[in-house]
Design a protein around this ligand. Structure first.
Ligand code: HXC
Length: 268
């Protein structure tokens, strides 16, 4: 029996249309994939957004597409999350345009498959720098504005570090660090009304991660208890909930959105 056809929300259709009206989202990694879908869903619920990444041309195209799809405002803010100065500039651009930042998504990530024995020190450091240091840099650059807004963070992590997934030492170490960073942020900033939570996506269809990182011939319906690959809208819906007042007593949490996949011992 398959659960693949069970009813599901396709993103944004479950929530009040003006949920985020007057709020501003700052999202690293928002040009494509999971984070693009989160931004689009939140914009369809009233948020204005800045999307941040290295590819200036791609960002501009994505920002334009997001505005067209939602009727909200979106600016492309070109920055490499490894560089604190570039991030500060992206934050300034956002404040100059919108005057505030309420929500931050730390979503910029880099990954490739490589056994630890042949992973060069620079290859390991590169992924740590993008995923973990990039998250720290994003927090540092945005925290004054998030304090002002009593806003909140969602960090995009993973489930691969819950076990020893081969060829993923660099990203597993980085994502474990992201989870830890979020917990400390939640504890330090909670008294100021700032929340910090993590979403850990499982296998999500149509993303660069899935197309480059999963074994050929892998059948998600066999290995995911809910019987299907995740969709970017599954992650977007979780982010909307975590940013919404419905989650106002939630901080320092990890929300796993993987159809139950990480409970299975090994991919077949
Ligand atoms: C081994 C590799 C490698 C590979 C790069 N390196 N690719 N080593 N196998 N396939 C090494 C290089 O040789 C170099 O080390 C070091 O990494 C830095 O490489 P650069 O190309 O100079 O880095 P950079 O241009 O900054 O690019 C970063 C990148 C790249 C991570 C390597 O792939 C990238 O920009 N990716 C962004 C998009 C992305 O990956 N998205 C997917 C995210 S999916 P040496 O020693 O030679 O100098 C995701 C999901 C997680 O995060 C969960 C999945 C299940």
């Amino acid at each position: 029996m398959s659960n693949a056809d069970a009813p599901r929300s396709t993103g944004g259709d479950t929530f009040r249309q003006d949920l985020f009206k007057g709020k501003v989202l700052f999202c690293t990694g928002g040009r494509s994939g999971i984070c693009y879908q989160i931004v689009q869903t939140m914009m369809s619920l009233g948020v204005d957004a800045a999307i941040v990444g290295r590819d200036a041309k791609g960002l501009a195209e994505s920002a334009q597409a997001l505005e067209k799809a939602t009727g909200q405002r979106c600016i492309p803010a070109s920055a490499d999350v490894r560089d604190p100065k570039q991030l500060e500039q992206a934050v300034k651009q956002t404040i100059d345009k919108f005057g505030r930042i309420d929500f931050v998504i730390c979503g910029a990530a880099g990954n490739f498959l490589a056994p630890i024995s042949s992973l060069s020190p620079n290859a390991f450091k590169t992924v740590i720098d993008i995923d973990l240091l990039g998250t720290y840099n994003t927090i540092k650059a945005t925290i004054p504005h998030i304090r002002d807004a009593k806003g909140s963070y969602v960090h995009i992590s993973a489930t691969l570090h819950y076990r020893g997934l081969p060829y993923q030492a660099h990203v597993s170490a980085a994502k474990a660090g992201v989870d830890a960073l979020s917990n400390v942020l939640a504890v330090e900033e909670g008294p100021r009304g700032v929340r910090s939570n993590v979403i850990a996506p499982g296998p999500i269809g149509g993303t660069e991660g899935m197309s480059r990182l999963t074994p050929k011939g892998w059948k998600p319906e066999n290995d995911i208890p809910l019987g299907r690959m995740g969709a970017t809208s599954d992650i977007a819906n979780a982010a909307v909930f975590l940013f919404s007042p419905a989650a106002s007593f939630m901080t320092g949490t990890v929300t796993v959105v993987d159809g139950g996949e990480h409970h299975i011992r090994q991919m077949s």
